[in-house]
Design a binder for this molecule. Structure first.
Ligand code: PEP
Ligand code: MG
Length: 578
């Protein structure tokens, strides 16, 4: 009988393959005493194991094929650096000396200490960094215990097309899996923001994590279906279910055939040119965005620079990151969004009292926080102004709710520019300054914002949550998170009309812009600039190419005028029938 297991889908895609269950049972660790005269030898044993672990990681790194996105190696480098880190490596040595215990036990004690510290953190992203500590220490422990390496995928190991079922996988395992053509993976542990998950998404390997006891349920060699989007693992599927998933998998790979559109211009079926830009977060996205033919970057989220660290990034770090972005998109506009920290995006270096409040989504977040914390904001602003000398840089302010916020940011920028002028530091005095429409008050007053800004961009992820008054991370009210809510559509329409009237460009960079179910609707509402994740660019381009602008405009305006929600939904659903 068909059964299913549920976990967290961390990397979209459907795979059908036979299971390969990695039984690497948790190793038993014991403490034993080391005589004083053997202490140095025991430390030497630990050093040798660390060197072996590094050599293996370097080997994995060297074998990364040239076609793999460039900063994939950074995931392996992180682990290599950790193997040089004093907290991880020196402290166990001290324990061996002071406690006279074996190297395995000293490593275990140190791991427990670090993991306990990570577990206390509120930030789910930082909490998952404990996975990295685990992966690195387990690698050394396995060498000390003479266990098989974490996963050793030899060339031609016969794993092509298999679904790997494991307790946990490290980024290095995931990388090797991809070389071997593994179809998907399922793990008992791990979280959606772990480096393994991020890597799997970039490599396009479907994956589900957090499936308790997966290795107990799944038999070696049995056929499995993995839905990496839904977080579903299906076994003993009947013909009907197998057929359904096979069709879905094939449809996805047909979409992969959209590559013919890469060089094609983005125009509607009736000849109107549309602008298609990319949202990029990590450097792995740059190449993907260029390869998919993006016309520049409509949203570069800078939060990543502030995460996973205890100090605030300095101007030079900002500058280096932005310069890499500008250089990756030569002769194309890049939109750098100033920090959007707060609410669900917390950072270590920020005093927790500022963000640990009852309704963080309604609190000190994004531009509000930036204006209160010059230490966070000024190095970023200075770096953006400096980098404007190197390309077509645009600065974008998130979460605006009143004009005064624009005035304050512009004033800071002007002061920096004056200082640079005196110091003969180069910058682009005409750098466009834009803002995000994410707060309903800003959508309703978009005409006012359009007067003081050079461009606007609609952030539907937030606009929807604030318009329908729900927290976007609260599952109990997530049913209300509906981009088709007529009130939300009116706000979007209002913002687009106001920007058009003021002759200011307006884009959309929220997830709604990358969802092809809404492409025609957005075109009908008058949207002409879409900024979407690189993996969705070609799908959106195709949806645009099959749309007749004049037809959809008429349907959308009828749908928004009708007072009957059912009729509105029917009209909008009909948009995609041809
Ligand atoms: C949005 O709110 O739509 C947006 C693009 O910003 P973020 O998802 O980073 O909050
Ligand atoms: Mg937002």
């Amino acid at each position: 009988m068909t059964w299913s297991l549920h976990g967290k889908g961390v990397s979209r895609g459907i795979a059908l393959g036979v299971a390969h269950v990695l039984r690497r049972d948790a190793f038993e660790l014991y403490e034993y005493a080391i005589p004083e005269h053997d202490v140095d030898a025991e430390i030497g044993r630990l050093d040798a194991a660390i060197e072996d672990a590094k050599a293996h990681l370097r080997d994995v790194r060297e074998k990364i094929p040239p076609s793999t996105p460039t900063d994939i190696a950074a995931f392996i480098d992180t682990h290599l650096l950790m193997l040089d880190d004093g907290t991880l490596i020196d402290e166990p040595k001290r324990l061996i000396r002071d406690r006279r215990c074996n190297a395995e036990w000293a490593l275990k004690l140190q791991r427990d200490k670090i993991v306990a510290a990570f577990d206390q953190m509120n930030d789910p992203y930082l909490r998952t960094r404990r996975d990295d500590v685990d992966h690195v220490i387990n690698r050394v422990l396995r060498i000390l215990l003479n266990h098989a390496p974490v996963v050793h995928f030899e060339a031609d190991s016969g794993l092509e097309g298999t679904v790997i079922v494991a307790d946990d996988l490290s980024p290095a395992d995931t990388l090797q899996m991809q070389h071997q053509g593994v179809a998907a993976f399922v793990t008992e542990h791990g979280g959606p923001t772990s480096h393994t998950a991020i890597l799997a998404r970039s490599l396009g390997v479907p994956g589900v994590v957090g499936v308790p006891h997966a290795r107990r349920f799944v038999r070696e060699g049995e056929p499995l279906i993995v839905d990496g989007g839904e977080g579903l693992v299906i076994g003993e599927a009947d013909q009907r279910i197998t057929g359904h998933y096979r069709t879905r998998r094939d449809e996805r790979s047909k979409r992969g055939g959209l590559s013919r559109l890469k060089k094609a211009p983005t125009i509607t079926a009736d000849g109107h040119a549309i602008e298609l830009q990319a949202n990029v977060d990590l450097e792995v996205d740059y190449e993907a965005a260029r390869a998919a033919g993006a016309r520049g970057v409509g949203l570069f989220r800078t939060e990543f620079l502030y995460m996973n660290r205890e100090t605030v990034p300095r101007e030079e770090e900002h500058f280096a990151a932005y310069r890499r972005l500008v250089e990756a998109f030569r002769n194309q506009p890049v939109t750098i969004r100033t920090l959007d920290i707060g609410a669900d995006k917390k950072i270590e270096s920020l005093h927790s009292t500022r963000v640990d409040v009852a309704n963080p989504a309604l609190g000190l977040r994004a531009v509000r926080l930036a204006l209160k914390e010059p230490e966070l904001f000024m190095p970023q602003l200075r770096a953006i102004v400096r980098v404007s000398a190197l390309g077509q840089v645009r600065l974008m302010i998130p979460m605006l709710s009143c004009i005064d916020e624009v005035t304050q940011v512009v004033e800071l920028i002007r002061r920096i520019q004056q200082e640079f002028r005196r110091q003969r530091v180069e910058f682009d005095a005409a750098m466009p300054i834009g803002g995000m429409i994410e707060v309903p008050a800003a959508a309703a007053y978009a005409d006012g914002f359009a007067r003081v800004l050079d461009f606007l961009s609609i952030g539907t992820n937030d606009l929807i949550q604030y318009a329908v008054a729900i927290d976007r991370v609260n599952e109990e009210v997530s049913y209300l998170y509906d981009p088709l809510n007529p009130g939300v559509l009116r706000l979007i329409q209002m913002a687009i009309r106001a920007a058009d009237a003021a002759e200011r460009p307006i884009a959309m960079c929220g997830e709604m812009a990358g969802d092809v179910r809404y492409t025609r609707l957005l075109l009908g509402l008058g949207l002409r600039v879409f900024s979407v994740h690189p993996s969705l660019l070609l799908e959106v381009k195709q949806a645009i190419a099959t749309t007749r602008l004049e037809d959809v405009k008429a349907v959308v305006s009828r749908a928004l005028r009708t007072g009957d929600p059912q009729r509105c939904a029917t009209l909008l659903a009909g948009l995609h029938e041809t």
